[in-house]
Design a protein around this ligand. Sequence first.
Ligand SMILES: Cc1ncc(C[n+]2csc(CCOP(=O)(O)OP(=O)(O)O)c2C)c(N)n1
Ligand SMILES: [Mg+2]
Length: 349
Amino acid sequence: MARKRGTRPKSDRSSAAATAEPHSSIAEGITSGDLVDAYKKMVLVRTVDERIWALNRQGKVPIAASCQGHEAAQIGSLLAAQKDGNCFLFPYYRDLGLKLAAGLTATQVMLSFMGKEGEPYSNARQFPLQGADLNHNIIQISNVVGAGLTQAVGYALGCKMEQDGTVVLTYFGDGATSQGETHEAMNFAGVHNLSIVFICENNHYAISVPQSRQFAIEDIASRAAGYGFPGFVIDGLDLPQCYEATREAIGHARRQGPVLLEMKLERMMPHTTDDDDRRYRSAEELESVRQRDPVAGFGNFLIEQGMLSQDQIDQIKAEALQDVNEATDAAEAASPPDSATLYDMVYAP
Ligand SMILES: Cc1ncc(C[n+]2csc(CCOP(=O)(O)OP(=O)(O)O)c2C)c(N)n1
Ligand SMILES: [Mg+2]
């Protein structure tokens, strides 16, 4: 199968940012069954995300950060990590799609956003889906922008000392790259040659601040050269390309050291349920973003490839809706954690 130019991490440690071709065909190492399964996950994630937003407007979910527009990057990179089988992930607050696709049920996600007993990351002590899901090799401790990178690098150093072959994937936004911790993390990873893949989900906004007001360069990937490792620009709206780039980056990280992948994508919704993006994005811009919806685009790609029919896509959407309806009912009927458990899961009461 065709390899995409620029997605292969080079052994040259001072490599400048490369750009992958914008449209990929089917990536290496995955079957059509994997792609259909990934599409089903994308549809489920989108359906859950939309429902969470609606529940917020009904006063049932206090806050949420939507991952609409980020699904291909999150699920494509996750697929590569799962296929590898020895990765540990440090996502950030917008990675709902990754966390759900990693193995949670729609009901667990709904319990989380409603703060109910059985919330899988912290039993509803934290912001939704924050804490740890060690069943799926995931830690995300907080919403502090940039903090996850240094934690991930520390974990990667531990893996190197243990020599257990683990590759760490850490996720963050474009805004996080202006934090000092991002520099510290990348510099440390480069110096110690850690097995880590830095995945920047560049949606071109840090809340209301556009990319042009965040940094004076075109590609965040170009910063990797300053840390002595390769950086690549990836089409973050294209799932096979995100999969393939991450697969190759994982191999490189294990053999040679860090890689930075900048996945360029779009934030289709406001920053969080508390934000109104009409104050800083034009109607034309938002419409153009919707036209490049990665879930719809991947569905069309699978139809073109003869892997799914329109009827099958409709069926996948109907099943996801039913799943999410049942999950919503179950979470609404669930109770908050028992107050007697308030001091459970803390170090010292
Ligand atoms: C250290 C710190 N500063 C500020 C904030 C407030 N804050 C929350 S999200 C955010 C924007 C982050 O943008 P980006 O990294 O691009 O991620 P995105 O939300 O676009 O996915 C800011 C400034 C925070 N949580 N932590
Ligand atoms: Mg951003």
